[in-house]
Design a protein around this ligand. Structure first.
Ligand code: ATP
Ligand code: MN
Length: 477
């Protein structure tokens, strides 16, 4: 007999004569009630064991963590909180679990402890919920772009250009570490390496994405991205997933519209599909916040916060306006910021971004028109000659979630900028070709998928929204 998912059993429209369910025991109470979970939903199904007719030996093996198969009748539950339960007629232990040693005891564990047990933490309610939400969110990403006619492009993970400029890179090499081939002047001879040149793991698919946008019109990437920055923060991973749409003929305003519409769509999609999980995560967050001082608690519960993002436009503010606001802000005047904002041109730190979003505007903010010299070479220079058509989207609790821009489409301006920054034109010959042949206004952005998952799940550490996080000094599993 084929087993039925717990989710389908709980949603059944009627009682059923014979059903089979397979899953893992969450708890076993009074030698009679199994709370069974199979990952299809956050909800467990209660399985009532006929303990009088079950061998003691078998009952002893029904422990938290054990894999079991139960066959029986789906009946209306007399207990509170569930519509149906299974009256078990046949019980089979598929895999025992040492109750004493199983790390995922039915009690509250710290997130740190769970991180050390990332292979088992997915068996908890919270991580089951987070990973289901993550899955639905990623499908929503594809759904949005596919509905709009974007082409999904898989840009290379091993990149031959080190000029992407977005961050420190991990080298990819097949050269031996001892006895490394050297050039005459003692440098590593990459001509002897696998690709005959220096290669790295990608920090962004944008430059390759742009070449495709210049033929297919609207494209997006959604893939793994690597940054070797030693930034041990709650918002940075060494390996993360990035979504990068790139659209021909879009200017910066179109780019902002796209980003806003996209984010609202995927959040709405996920709220519709993940009601039980989000309700659970909302409760988890409320519980967690109780231990924080009043001033640090968020003003809105999770679902309210998500709805707020759906119902309100993101506030669009120029960098120059933002600097004025920050300069006049109380934490700046009282020197509460670690980096005091003195003048126009300062790079914004996450403390400033969060002040703007959480204290000043109290809604998602799109900052645009940044000083050219704190942004990447490919961003379009404004007529003022000192700002570029960049945009960063800032979210409450997260800080930067999106970084994007209108791209410099003018060959001469781009080359001049590259020269000024010492970026090798020869190496990016293929990128420059997009400006040589049929160049046009175009724009795009990068959204860090895990930061989006953070926002939607209400989690606060990025290590808790990816299955097996890679961070400095940590690549277990
Ligand atoms: P930050 O200033 O937060 O380090 P960034 O400006 O270096 O980010 P971009 O190069 O603009 O990031 O990348 C686009 C998006 O990718 C960011 O807005 C963010 O959502 C995400 N992102 C960047 N670096 C990381 C990282 N190390 N881990 C997870 N997400 C990241
Ligand atoms: Mn950025």
């Amino acid at each position: 007999m084929r087993h039925t998912k717990v989710k389908d059993l709980l949603n059944s429209s009627s009682t059923l004569h014979e059903v089979n369910a397979k899953g893992w025991v969450r708890t076993f109470r009074n030698n009679q009630f199994i709370a069974l979970n199979d990952g299809s939903t956050i909800n467990n199904i209660q399985c009532v064991v006929d303990f009088e007719n079950t061998a003691d030996e078998t009952l002893k093996r029904i422990t938290t963590g054990a894999a079991v198969s139960v066959t029986g009748t789906l009946v209306e539950s007399k207990g509170a909180g569930q519509k149906f339960e299974i009256q078990v007629s046949k019980l089979e232990i598929l895999g025992d679990s040492d109750a004493e040693k199983f790390p995922m005891q039915p009690k509250k564990h710290s997130l740190e402890f769970l991180r050390e047990n990332a292979h088992l933490r997915v068996r908890t309610n919270a991580f089951g919920a987070i990973m289901r939400v993550r899955s639905v969110l990623s499908f929503a990403v594809h759904s949005y772009f596919q509905e709009k006619g974007f082409v999904y492009v898989n840009t290379p993970i091993i990149t031959g250009s080190d000029a992407e400029g977005a961050g420190e890179m991990f080298k990819v090499t097949a050269l031996p570490f001892d006895n490394t081939p050297r050039t005459e002047d003692g440098k590593v001879d990459y001509k002897e390496d696998f690709f005959g040149k220096e290669t790295n793991l990608t920090v962004s698919g944008q430059l390759e994405g742009e070449t495709f946008a210049m033929a297919l019109g609207q494209i997006y990437t959604f893939g793994p991205t690597f940054r070797a920055e030693n930034s041990n923060t709650s918002r940075h991973l060494a390996e993360f997933w990035m979504i990068e749409p790139e659209v021909a003929f879009n200017d910066l305003n179109d780019n902002m519209d796209l980003a806003e519409d996209f984010i609202q769509y995927v959040i709405k999609y996920t709220m519709d599909k993940c009601q039980d999980d989000l309700k659970f995560l909302e409760g988890r967050l409320l519980e967690e916040e109780k231990s924080k001082p009043q001033a640090e608690r968020s003003e809105m519960a999770l679902l309210e916060k998500l709805n707020f993002v759906l119902e309100n436009n993101f506030k669009r503010v120029s960098y120059t306006e933002a600097i004025d606001i920050l300069r006049d802000s109380t934490p700046n005047k009282k020197k509460k910021f670690n980096y005091i904002i003195k003048e126009w041109g300062a790079d914004l730190q996450s403390e400033h971004e969060r002040y703007l979003v959480e204290k000043h505007f109290k809604c998602p903010v799109i900052l645009f028109d940044y000083p050219a010299n704190i942004k990447a070479f490919y961003m379009r220079l404004n007529e003022d000659g000192k700002t570029v058509r960049a945009m960063d989207i800032l979210f409450p609790g997260i800080g930067e979630i999106v970084g994007g821009s209108q791209r410099e489409e003018r060959f001469d301006v781009l080359v001049e900028k590259m020269r000024a920054l010492g970026i090798d034109e020869e190496e990016l010959w293929w990128y420059l070709d997009t400006r040589r042949f049929g160049s046009a206004v175009h724009s795009g952005f990068g959204l860090g998928f895990e930061r989006l998952v953070l926002f939607v799940t209400g989690m606060t550490n990025i290590r808790d929204v990816i299955p097996f996080p890679r961070t400095p000094m940590n690549a277990e599993f």
